[in-house]
Design a protein around this ligand. Structure first.
Ligand SMILES: CC(C)(COP(=O)(O)OP(=O)(O)OC[C@H]1O[C@@H](n2cnc3c(N)ncnc32)[C@H](O)[C@@H]1OP(=O)(O)O)[C@@H](O)C(=O)NCCC(=O)NCCS
Length: 310
């Protein structure tokens, strides 16, 4: 293709094949002051499935910073979600491809540290981000399996055992769900679970009228995500995830789980959600095991609320 030529005062000008663009500077901003469309464009630029509504929800339940250029374009983001006064999860750490490997993510993470000083932090690192977090002293903990696909209800697999009953949750179940989530996650997440209830459909497994396990499911990305799921056993986790699979049979469903073996993991793959990718849970400060010391093995977080929220 021949380059377009222009003329100036009778002389023909041929543009050069390359153009040097000056380095530009970025400033920090509060994520709450940015239009959702701009955040959505940022996550699309790195191939993430979040919709504008997903960003909206994350801003309702968390805080964050953005890197802005001179004309207000969003070139980077980082968010944190505090629970209590000494713990937070970190997520939505993104730098636009044209800004990558120049230290912007390091710079954004330092702004996160300034905002949650002395907190124990947990996050789920993509492969691209592992080196960044290792350099910030985060310690690797466990693999997260991102399982997704077009849901289908397997014919085999446990339903609720005799003496237990699976039913739809309502607002009166929120306090019991918060308590179960705290036991599984290791930290009480009152405000988050309340907000998730407002956006989700939930099923609970009741034994003698007491909530023993629950699974929430909400719209996210390309379809729906099931999480969190908190249960004592694989069989209970399957019993409360199964009705969500039935509800979304034939459409896109996703689950992020630490479980790799056993009945629950097998159920996901039979339900049309094989492992699509993995990320790595990492922590700074208290290690994952420190949150469970002195507790008997019991309730477990079978699926995350999301990779961002933990
Ligand atoms: C992961 C991501 C946030 C890193 O952002 P970034 O602005 O490139 O990171 P920085 O320039 O601050 O680099 C931080 C560290 O990672 C290293 N690094 C960055 N990109 C790298 C690459 N492609 N290969 C190897 N190392 C790399 C840097 O050298 C630096 O390491 P150092 O401190 O040892 O020198 C960015 O690549 C991104 O947005 N990726 C897509 C979304 C994503 O995966 N986000 C992470 C969510 S957990």
């Amino acid at each position: 293709m021949s380059p377009v030529t222009q003329s100036f005062r009778g002389k023909e000008l041929k543009p050069s094949e390359s153009l040097k663009i000056d380095a530009f500077s970025v400033r920090i901003g509060d994520i709450k002051g940015v239009e959702l469309d701009r955040l959505h464009a940022l996550s699309l630029s790195v191939g993430w499935p979040h919709r504008a509504e997903d960003w909206h929800f994350l801003r309702e339940v968390g805080q964050g910073v953005v890197a802005l250029d001179e004309i207000g374009r969003v070139l980077g983001s980082a968010m944190w979600f505090g629970h209590g006064d000494s713990f937070a999860t970190v997520g939505m750490v993104i730098t636009s491809p044209r800004l990558q490997t120049l230290g912007a993510a390091q710079w954004l993470m330092k702004r996160v540290f300034d905002n949650v000083p002395g907190h124990d932090l947990r996050l789920n690192a993509t492969r691209a981000a592992r080196r960044l977090y290792l350099s910030l002293d985060f310690q690797p903990e466990k693999t997260v399996y991102q399982c997704q696909g077009i849901a289908r209800l397997p014919t085999a697999g446990s339903s609720a055992e005799a003496g237990s009953d699976v039913r739809t949750l309502d607002a009166s179940d929120i306090p019991a769900a918060i308590a179960l989530d705290a036991a599984g996650f290791g930290v009480r997440r009152t405000a988050l679970i309340e907000r998730l209830f407002a956006h989700s459909h939930g099923y609970g497994l009741f034994k003698n009228d007491k909530l023993n396990a629950f699974a929430l499911c909400r719209p996210f990305g390309r379809g729906h995500v099931i999480g969190p799921v908190v249960a004592e056993t694989d069989a209970d986790a399957v019993a409360i995830v199964r009705p969500h699979v039935a509800d979304h049979s034939g459409s896109f469903l996703r689950v992020d789980t630490h479980m790799h073996d056993g009945e629950f993991a097998a159920f996901l793959s039979h339900a049309g959600m094989p492992v699509f990718d993995t990320v790595l849970t990492m922590s700074l400060g208290k290690r994952l095991a420190d949150f469970y010391t002195g507790r008997s093995a019991g309730l477990k977080t079978y699926t995350l609320a999301s990779q961002t929220l933990g």
